[in-house]
Design a binder for this molecule. Structure first.
Ligand SMILES: [Zn+2]
Length: 539
């Protein structure tokens, strides 16, 4: 009897000790987390724009922190991976596009009718009397039995492309309202380039694009950062406003409405519009190195296999003044994700023994300009893609209150879902799958570049079943209902609640820790386009 009592007392005592140790860890982690956000989001760091004077300050700080947290240099003795970024200033002759069609001519003006940019490095480009081809959604997707480019030679021609995918209009096509990658504008340009087109315009439409024309104007006016590729065939990429598109079809003597309806049906045939333009561009191109920051915890018996934790360090720098402030501090977006890397690195570093697999920590550049640092890593990996087990990415992880639920993005894409569900269970949290993702949010963060390279990913974070709804309400009011997105007011405040941030960071830590020791390679599910890419890379 006495012995049993003692056992219970002892286990209570031990349990209490474990709880206390956990609380201790959380205190250290929270201090580490807040300190990194506060530093990176300070005015001194100037909004962390790639290639600016503030880049060096930022990447040096991250490398220093990696070093002090016990990480080894991740890239052949260095903490840095140079990322050649291409900056192109493009001018169109006369600052207009003249079109002549079967039913007359018209002149299109930049900003109001179209937005155009180039990722080519040649100084002068001339498209002489180029034809326009309406290619519907501009999709070549064998797994859906769909090819808008069937039998069309795009050489020297301008592709005019619908935004989103056919599922937006017909639930029985593609994945219905759940947008596939074929619906993203990034895909449209990639495919037009593969088809050898001379130029590509995506037609803007507020519904299926999920943002209005002013967002297109603000996002692309003067936007010219890209990755250099010697396979860039397109002289230009751009957007056409809905009104300008209708005008073009009129001048060609074609009905836009009928063409639009036809493009939504399986078996649609792309066609050449009776319309031509001569477009002359002058490019002022420069290539300069930005940096991804890489820190490594070498594994033991499986050290040649890698788990990647990532977060982008860049933001918009100093820009248009809003409410008297011109520094885009990016505290939430994404000083918080980089701070998450520090917390996870600290956890791994405190382990009594090293993990079997190696853990790579990547702070990535150029996310805000189109996932550039991630894209560069995925196509110029430090360690083989085939030996890369998983990517766990953090973007905008604070402020965040604690929740009972976790929202799983890209559910059903791979068997990493089980890892999320089980890691959530150890936190006493449940996993929820969002009803639909019309806006294609899944394709808008760095993890997507890893997925495209075939590397399985996890996209999971706290939902809205809050432990303290009143606290959330109070914080939202103070924050101004999240209106700080991509604004100078995205700043760090000591009153931020980060309880949910730490929970979500520990969730990713738990998944990576388990995979670092169990030796399993997660797999994409049947019918997911990345599955084929993965299988090719493993050959
Ligand atoms: Zn952002």
């Amino acid at each position: 009897m006495k012995t049993i009592r003692w056992t219970i007392a002892l286990s209570l005592l031990l349990g209490g000790a474990v709880e206390m140790a956990r609380a201790q860890e959380a205190v250290t982690d929270e201090a580490l987390f807040r300190d990194a956000i506060q530093t990176l989001a300070s005015d001194e760091f100037g909004g962390r724009k790639p290639l600016s004077v503030h880049e060096k300050l930022t990447v040096d700080y991250i490398a220093d922190r990696f070093k002090s947290l016990g990480l080894s240099p991740g890239n052949d003795g260095s903490y840095f991976q140079p990322v050649p970024l291409l900056t192109v200033g493009t001018q169109i002759r006369k600052n207009e596009i003249a079109v002549s069609g079967r039913k007359g001519s018209a002149t299109l003006k930049p900003l109001s009718d179209f937005i155009l940019w180039s990722h080519r490095t040649d100084r002068n480009i001339r498209l002489a009397k180029a034809e326009y081809v309406f290619v519907g959604f501009g999709i070549n997707a064998p797994e859906y039995g769909w090819n808008d480019y069937e039998g069309i030679d795009m050489k020297g021609k301008i592709a005019v492309i619908l935004v989103n995918d056919p599922g937006y209009y017909d639930d029985n096509l593609f994945r219905g309202k759940n947008m596939t990658y074929y619906g993203r504008w990034t895909y449209k340009f990639e495919e037009a380039n593969r088809q050898g087109a001379a130029g590509a315009f995506v037609i803007h439409d507020t519904g299926p694009a999920s943002y209005d024309w002013t967002v297109v104007q603000n996002s692309w006016a003067g936007k010219n950062l890209g990755l250099y590729s010697d396979r860039e065939v397109l002289a230009f990429k751009g957007w056409l406003s809905n009104d300008a598109t209708k005008l073009l079809f009129d001048k060609a003597g074609s009905s836009y409405d009928q063409s639009f309806a036809a493009a939504q049906k399986k078996g649609f045939k792309s066609f050449t519009l009776a319309l031509r333009s001569t477009i002359e561009l002058t490019n002022d191109a420069r290539i300069e190195n930005s940096s991804n920051v890489a820190g490594l915890i070498p594994g033991t018996d499986l050290k040649d296999e890698y788990i990647i934790y990532s977060a982008h360090w860049d933001h918009f720098g100093i820009g248009i003044t809003i409410d008297g402030d011109s520094i885009y501090n990016g505290a939430s977006d994404n000083a918080s994700g980089v701070a998450g890397l520090m917390v996870i690195a600290n956890r791994f570093n405190q382990l009594p023994q090293r993990p079997r697999r190696s853990i790579l920590f990547l702070a990535l550049t150029g996310e805000e300009s189109g996932l550039l640092g991630a894209e560069y890593y995925a196509t110029h990996p430090i360690f083989p893609v085939a030996k890369t087990v998983i990517n766990l990415n953090m973007d905008s992880y604070a402020p965040r209150h604690r929740t009972r639920d976790i929202v799983l993005g890209g559910a059903g894409e791979s068997d990493t879902d089980n890892y999320v569900i089980e890691a959530a269970a150890t936190q006493g949290r449940s996993v929820r799958v969002p009803a639909s993702q019309t806006s294609g949010g899944y394709f808008r963060a760095d993890h997507f570049s890893f997925a495209k390279a075939g590397i399985p990913v996890v996209v999971a974070s706290g939902g809205n079943d809050y432990l303290d709804p009143a606290g959330v309400e109070e914080q939202n009011v103070t924050l101004g209902q999240r209106s700080n997105y991509h604004k100078p007011s995205d700043e760090y405040h000591s009153w931020w609640n980060v309880g949910g941030s730490l929970d979500d960071i520990y969730l990713l830590y738990g998944i990576g820790l388990r995979l670092s020791n169990d030796g399993y390679f997660p797999k994409w599910n049947e019918g997911v386009p990345f599955k084929k890419v993965r299988e090719e890379s493993l050959k």
